[in-house]
Design a protein around this ligand. Structure first.
Ligand code: ADP
Ligand code: MG
Length: 697
């Protein structure tokens, strides 16, 4: 590869490209649009479109697409070519401002949860100038929002952008109170750490479960799993190394700062972290990263599994969402400052996060709810379904001192006066210390660890932004009326600590004792499954807050509730059908063939020597016979349960039927099949085993 700085962002129409390609005044007005959200006129749009088109064509593009994020969870695109008829009967490459700003995908089959009846199927896409256009293969991709003609959001970008506006609005009010007038804009930033598995493609293709559902639905535990901890940060195998190198190159060309890569805990599991950026851009880039990972894996004879739980018995995959709030003047508002003034401001923003996470535990939990993630959250794996915040001992001690008006037990042992005293220096947290916390403060940012590996990060971030904006709004309402700012601030912080300290927990989140304490003593929510969590979306307090912050309209929330539950139901339904198919047509025949051969062996042996007991064969044939019958019954029952599912009309009832009947039935069927696998000769087993998949690259 040629010099990295040279290829970096070579496929992106970024600021540098705009500056060099646009007339000076056009560049300046576009810049204003991007920085301040000022409106875009037709003339400017035309200038940008024509510069973009010329650049894209020079770089090999023939088509353009509005690239958007419908509620299916993946990105969508519909390509149009730049080709237009020329007066001389030949063709010219053209792209107008109108085409740049707005598109009309025929989007009737994207989920809308009843927002858009199919007869008025046309939603429209609208350019998001804050996220740069880029070239993928031969197509210029323009990041866009996707709405119905009534203006309701049909995608994940629109509410995310609204939530960023909300937190901007409320943060500016707070900063003004601290005398900070120069800040024009406050944004949230995210750096996602993406976990994934790599498996051999030949083996993958032999497993219907991986192909249809992205995870293994059967598979006995191999003799070796992750118990030796020899994979985590271990040396990277050549084939994986080659994949990572190409992945990095592809991402760099797309202007994505791929930074850290390492092996993860489970065999065949890896992680990629990119450098943080503005939330909506980070979201777009994470979607793109996932897509590129899959594509590059294929070129190496591998398949990249982004599912939250591809294998039972070893760790699943998540996505750590590192989140912070910063100003356009370069201040990280979650960083303890150098002066008393900055410290007080930091503590107030910290309080806003604490209040937000406590008040809206349910929204955060449901923002990462999916059938796949249910295998991690609340299922004896990190992190738990109960949300709590890790602050670290030092910061917790500071809050304790404020709450009790007690001397802070730091170096000087004196009372901490807000707005007067400087906070002690907190050592930056070492990540390993708090790996069990779902929401950890790591020195100058929070790390939300419940996000599923295949999830879009849009949902958790819109909920987080909205909830924090709401807390900031309440704080600003109080502080703006204060006569004595410092004492009002002190009381506000103190009262917030008292009201919300139950959400702070620095101990081991895996511990059963914690779950008991959290739910019984502290009254924290433990929403173990997607249906449990989603029901909270329509709670009055949540609707009120999300409407109040302008992030959702009520009809949008209702539609999202339906769509998310539908996704859950459809996902598990596919899994159930895949299981019955594999059990009947692959597993049973294999077990039968092996037992039949074993039984034939008994006759053959007896023919030679009547007195031979054939203990092994007898035991084997008997046990496999019992298991075959179990598999048969469980398969029938699972199939019957799917028939019942299909007869239910209401999606809420369907989801509950999945949770209470279908998932337990699937587990039953799996248990019988997995035991049969351990008794059946390898040569009879119809598809690659866990050992093959996990150690086969
Ligand atoms: P680790 O979690 O392994 O200790 P870091 O904390 O350095 O590593 O970074 C993890 C992720 O957090 C990276 O994606 C990084 O870009 C991101 N990150 C670092 N600082 C911030 C910040 N202020 N806001 C948001 N994300 C950040
Ligand atoms: Mg981390």
């Amino acid at each position: 590869m040629s010099c990295i700085p040279e290829v970096f962002a070579s496929k992106v129409f970024d600021d540098k490209m705009m500056r060099s390609r646009l007339p000076k005044d056009a560049y300046q007005s576009l810049h204003r649009t991007i920085e301040e959200g000022s409106p875009l006129n037709q003339e400017l749009a035309n200038a940008v479109a024509s510069a973009m088109c010329a650049w894209a064509v020079e770089n090999g593009a023939t088509h353009f697409t509005h690239w958007f994020q419908p509620l299916t969870g993946i990105t969508a695109e519909k390509h149009d070519s730049f080709v237009n008829p020329a007066p001389d009967g030949r063709a010219i490459m053209e792209f107008s401002g109108k085409e740049l700003i707005q598109g009309e995908p025929d989007a009737s089959s994207f989920p809308s949860g009843g927002l858009r009846a199919t007869f008025e199927a046309r939603g429209y896409t609208a350019w998001d100038p804050t996220s740069y256009a880029f070239i993928k293969e031969k197509t210029l991709c323009i990041p866009t929002a996707f709405c119905s003609y009534g203006g309701e959001a049909l995608d994940k970008k629109t509410p995310l952008l609204r939530s960023m506006e909300a937190i901007n609005r409320q943060s500016l009010r707070i900063l003004k109170l601290f005398g900070n007038e120069s800040v024009k804009r406050v944004t949230t930033n995210v750096g996602p750490e993406q976990e994934y598995f790599l498996v051999d493609r030949e083996m993958y293709l032999k497993r219907k479960d991986l192909r249809y559902s992205g995870r293994t639905l059967f598979g006995a535990k191999p003799p070796k799993g992750q118990e030796l901890d020899d994979h985590y940060f271990g040396s990277i195998k050549p084939r994986v190394q080659a994949f990572m190198e190409e992945l990095n190159e592809e991402l760099w060309k797309l202007g994505i700062y791929a930074k850290t890569e390492h092996n993860e805990v489970a065999p065949a599991q890896h992680e990629l972290a990119v450098i943080y950026t503005t939330t909506n851009v980070a979201t777009d880039k994470n979607q793109l990263t996932m897509e590129v990972m899959k594509k590059v894996a294929r070129r190496h004879g591998l398949v990249c599994l982004l599912h939250e739980k591809p294998f039972a018995g070893v760790n699943g995959s998540g996505k750590h969402n590192n989140w912070s709030i910063s100003t356009d003047t370069g201040i990280n508002l979650l960083s303890p400052g150098e002066t008393p003034h900055e410290n007080a401001q930091f503590l107030l923003f910290l309080m806003a996060v604490i209040q937000a996470v406590d008040d809206y535990q349910d929204l955060l939990r449901l923002s990462v709810a999916s059938a796949g993630n249910d295998h991690r959250l609340g299922a004896n794996e990190a992190p738990p379904a109960v949300i709590s915040i890790f602050l670290g001992d030092e910061l917790t001690a500071v809050l304790d001192a404020i709450e009790k008006d007690a001397p802070y037990a730091g170096a000087e042992k004196k009372q901490l006066k807000l707005g007067v005293d400087v906070l002690p220096k907190f050592p930056r947290d070492s990540t390993d210390r708090n790996r069990t916390s779902p929401f950890a403060f790591t020195g100058n940012k929070f790390e939300f660890r419940m996000v599923g590996s295949s999830d879009s990060i849009a949902c958790p971030n819109m909920m987080l932004n909205a909830a924090v904006a709401d807390a900031l709004m309440q704080f600003a309402d109080v502080l703006e009326k204060a006569d004595d700012f410092n004492s009002c601030l002190h009381d506000l912080i103190k009262n917030t600590i008292i009201a919300h300290k139950r959400i702070i927990f620095n101990g081991n989140g895996y511990d059963d004792a914690w779950i008991k304490e959290a739910t019984e003593k502290r009254g924290l929510l433990n929403l173990r499954t997607t249906p449990d969590a989603l029901q909270k979306l329509l709670d009055e307090k949540n609707i009120k807050m999300l409407l109040g912050q302008g992030v959702f309209a009520e009809c949008e929330l209702r539609s999202r509730y339906e769509i998310q539950l539908e996704n859950y139901v459809r996902t598990v339904r596919i899994e159930a059908l895949t299981m019955t198919d594999m059990a009947r047509r692959e597993i049973q025949p294999a077990v039968m063939a092996f037992s039949a051969d074993a039984a034939k062996g008994i006759t053959a042996k007896k023919a030679i020597d009547q007195s031979v007991a054939c203990k092994y064969e007898m035991k084997l044939v008997k046990r496999l016979g019992v298991l075959s019958d179990c598999i048969d019954t469980a398969t029938d029952e699972l199939e019957e349960a799917v028939t019942v599912l299909d007869s239910l009309e209401n999606v809420t009832f369907q989801a509950l039927h999945i949770r209470d009947i279908i998932i337990p039935k699937m587990a039953e069927l799996r248990a019988a099949c997995d035991e049969a696998e351990t008794l059946t000769a390898s040569s009879y087993w119809p598809f690659p085993t866990y050992g093959d998949l996990l150690f086969g690259v």
